[in-house]
Ligand binder design. Structure first.
Ligand SMILES: Cc1ncc(COP(=O)(O)O)c(C=O)c1O
Length: 415
């Protein structure tokens, strides 16, 4: 693949058309301006089809995809069981004046799986982080939120910062920030703002871009749980990215606590558009009072897909499978790096790992290596965590390691 010149001719032509009618050509996290595709000319821009762990771009280059659509692909693209359930539901009825009974079936399965008392479905992750915050504020009668610096909870104004385009100071003036793993800072804020903090919201572990990802320190989540309980603060776990990759019961269970509210999206339906806020019984009254709805939130097709996806993940113990694949891949990547006189640093949870290289402070060597991998059909990105999906085979891992090796050799003269 890399020996072909103009690998991405059609992608570029399409992008020129896109630039005329779409802001930035491809906006958002899938676009080339998001900072994960560096250097941009090493990456395709448009896909044409996808199956299992692969996608093909519009120039018909095939990639083993370690970004998994930024999380939704957990069983493999176009999983037969999930697609079959979704297609059957579309034929039966999807967006209708009344919800289909599959809504109730999905809520029962999900709440039973993640050990919560109720579920509220929307479409995107940001829909449910927003609902979680509104619910916590209404339930407590308090305004302030404690967030972890560098955390990501979507794009609604309250998740952004003053100075970002279109964000008003008033929209973020009730946000308070702590550093990851710093329990003392949280306690200090409670003293500084007595009776004013509605919620603590955080991802299960720290997975920002551009830096090593960090797991919770021993007892971190237990301490946060205890402090929240003692002070009447709602504990919101944002499990949109990690959900179903660490523990089928949710990442709060994975780290040994029970969140009051937990958000899911991405892997919940293997790519069909549904997100969920799940919660404890004591917050069911509050969430019921929040005015919150959307044109497609009760469409039935993603619920059918979600049922098929969760059922399959349980049946096949996908969590264990993902971990097995991740460990194998990482062991191989470390060995290949070492063989080439490099050291690769892998951080975060293995199924959603972040990688960089030592002695490469500005990431230039890492970017060059990723670029050579991408040009040879291994789709990694820079500065963001990667994802494992359950369709990856031993051959895919072997191919990845072979390409990783070749990529080191290509960049050897430059770095
Ligand atoms: C932890 C976390 N929270 C919230 C979101 C927002 O989800 P969405 O982009 O579906 O609105 C994301 C998306 O990547 C996320 O990773």
């Amino acid at each position: 693949m890399a020996d072909k010149t103009n690998l991405y001719t059609k992608s570029r032509l399409l992008y020129n058309r896109a630039l005329k009618v779409l802001p930035t050509g491809v906006y958002g996290h899938l676009g080339p301006s998001n900072g994960c595709a560096i250097p941009v000319d090493a990456f395709p821009i448009f896909s044409n089809k996808a199956k299992g762990p692969y996608f093909w771009d519009v120039d018909d280059n095939k990639f083993i995809d370690y970004m998994c659509a930024y999380g939704p692909n957990i069983l493999g693209y176009g999983d037969e069981d999930v697609d079959k359930a979704a297609i059957a539901q579309i034929r039966k009825g999807n967006c209708v004046t009344m919800p289909d009974e599959v809504l109730v079936d999905f809520a029962e399965l999900l709440t039973d799986t993640v050990k919560k008392d109720w579920a509220f479905f929307c479409k995107n992750g940001g829909d449910v982080t927003g609902l979680a915050v509104m619910t916590a504020r209404y339930a407590t009668g308090r305004k302030k939120l404690v967030l972890v610096k560098g955390g990501y909870h979507g794009v609604a104004p309250w998740t952004q910062k003053v100075g970002y385009a279109g964000v008003l100071e008033e929209e973020v003036s009730n946000n308070l920030y702590v550093h990851w793993n710093d329990v003392q800072e949280f306690e200090n804020l409670i003293k500084q703002y007595p009776g004013q903090i509605a919620a603590f919201i955080s991802t299960p572990y720290y997975h920002p871009t551009f830096e090593d990802n960090k797991l919770p320190a021993e007892n971190y989540w237990k301490s946060i749980r205890d402090i929240c309980t003692k002070n009447g603060i709602v504990l919101i776990m944002d499990d949109i990215r990690c959900g179903f990759r660490l523990d089928i019961e949710g990442s709060d269970a994975h780290y040994g606590i029970k969140a009051d509210l937990i958000t899911f999206c991405k892997a919940i339906a293997n790519g069909y558009s549904v997100s969920a806020l799940c919660g404890v019984d004591s917050l069911k009254g509050a969430v019921s009072d929040v005015f919150y709805t959307g044109s497609y939130w009760l469409s039935a097709e993603p619920f059918a897909a979600g049922i098929a996806c969760i059922s399959k993940m349980k049946k096949e113990n996908t969590v264990a499978k993902l971990r097995f694949i991740a460990d194998k891949l990482h062991k191989g990547l470390k060995e290949v790096a070492q063989k080439n006189g490099r050291e690769i640093v892998i951080s975060g949870e293995p199924v959603m790992w972040f990688m960089r290289h030592t002695n490469d402070e500005n990431f230039f060597m890492h970017q060059a290596w990723v670029a050579e991998c991408v040009k040879r059909g291994i789709f990694f990105t820079n500065h963001h965590n990667q994802f494992i999906n359950a369709a990856l085979t031993d051959e895919d891992i072997a191919k990845t390691l072979d390409v990783a090796d070749r990529a080191y050799k290509v960049i050897a003269d430059k770095f």
